[in-house]
Ligand binder design. Sequence first.
Ligand code: SAM
Ligand code: F3S
Length: 439
Amino acid sequence: MKRIYIKTWGCQMNEYDSFIIKKVIKKKIKCKITKKYKKADILILNTCSVREKAQEKLFHQLGRWKKLKHKNKKIIIAVGGCVANQEGINIYKRAPYVDIIFGTQTIHKLSNMIVENYKTRNLLINTKLIGLKKFNYYSYKKQTNIKSYITIMEGCNKKCTFCIVPTTRGKEISRSYKEIILEIKHMVQNNIKEIILLGQNVNSYFYKDKKNGYICKFSKLLYKISEIEEIQRIRFITSHPKDFNNEIINLYKKIPKLVNFLHLPIQSGSNKILKLMKRGYNIKKYKNIVNKILKIRPNMQISSDFIIGFPGETKKDFYKTKKIISEINFDNSFSFIYSKRPNTYANKLLDNTTLEEKKIRLHKIQKMISYQTMQWNRKMIGTIQNVLVHNKNNNFSKKLIGTTENNRTVCFNGNENTIGKIVPVKITKMKRKYFEGNI
Ligand code: SAM
Ligand code: F3S
């Protein structure tokens, strides 16, 4: 019985990949997953390279594992994910104790690679971008007893000048809608009520059936999913504003199961910076999308990603970002200091803002967004929210726990037979990390 330790960096898609890795390995190798890396026989690192000095972080991590391998030569160290795609053999050159290097699209091959490595003890590398075969090798990711993620597409055909994803995850490929629906139906049998569609550019989903030419776009896919009776809520991350067309906007009229919460990254409030980023939209277009959605769903809350200190961002550009944050009244958003990524166009742009200044700017907008999030929270007190009941609640005095459409946790007293259902809850109190309410 081998003990396997898996460390995952990055977004939900990486988490999802690690889930597949566990499933695939368990099928082939007699093993159990351990949380104690010092006790593991096989150490797996699933990396992310979107931000930070990912390579440095990787070699620090490997340095720690090297000591274990020094004591026990039988240990296998495998590195996968975006940094593996980006660096390939260079990882081995700098850390020759690594045994396996696998990519974002070859995770399903890892179990065979482990078996082979046990036999030969030779370095094995496979970081080819071979499409979506990995999805054929697992069942699905169950996140809680009620909601679950499902990857519907991978990769990206856009070329944002700051982003490494098109290199590490390759071109956009969409999974077959039939496969997606089948998987969701399987989830439903396991009590899943809320589904979160994942993809680098989820609204670029486009599947063409090779046999009959049938085309399924994102809007059609959403319809199909909404027709599954047991599914009560649908979310999706991440959408790109450039492709957020009227067809998708109008779905908010037609599909009540789509939640009143949308993550739509704007990145910057300055048209000059958006152009340098090659985002393919300007502030006017972004505001247009939001206004159209708000007309249909006045209670819609929008969140975003922001990149602060992109090369060329002046104080005036930064001011524009602050302005748009307040105008759109963004809820809970992610913001990061621009990080240079290898072989990206933005690398060549002149960047004369100091890191200190960038940190100050980041702090300012994070404070703004936290304040706005708090205001959104305050506004909820006294309102009646649709709460999807997740579970019994053992940690608090209130008996049940659920989530609102805008992803807030609510605790309240009620009957356990409401678990899995959406119930109206009047919000009475705001605590630090959750709300209290009455059904
Ligand atoms: N496709 C999505 C979109 O267009 O908004 C985003 C996918 S990207 C992997 C996730 C987020 O990481 C981006 O929205 C951006 O804010 C951030 N990001 C990507 N590259 C970055 C970089 N070089 N420096 C800082 N943040 C970055
Ligand atoms: Fe990256 Fe832009 Fe695609 S942020 S994932 S290149 S849409």
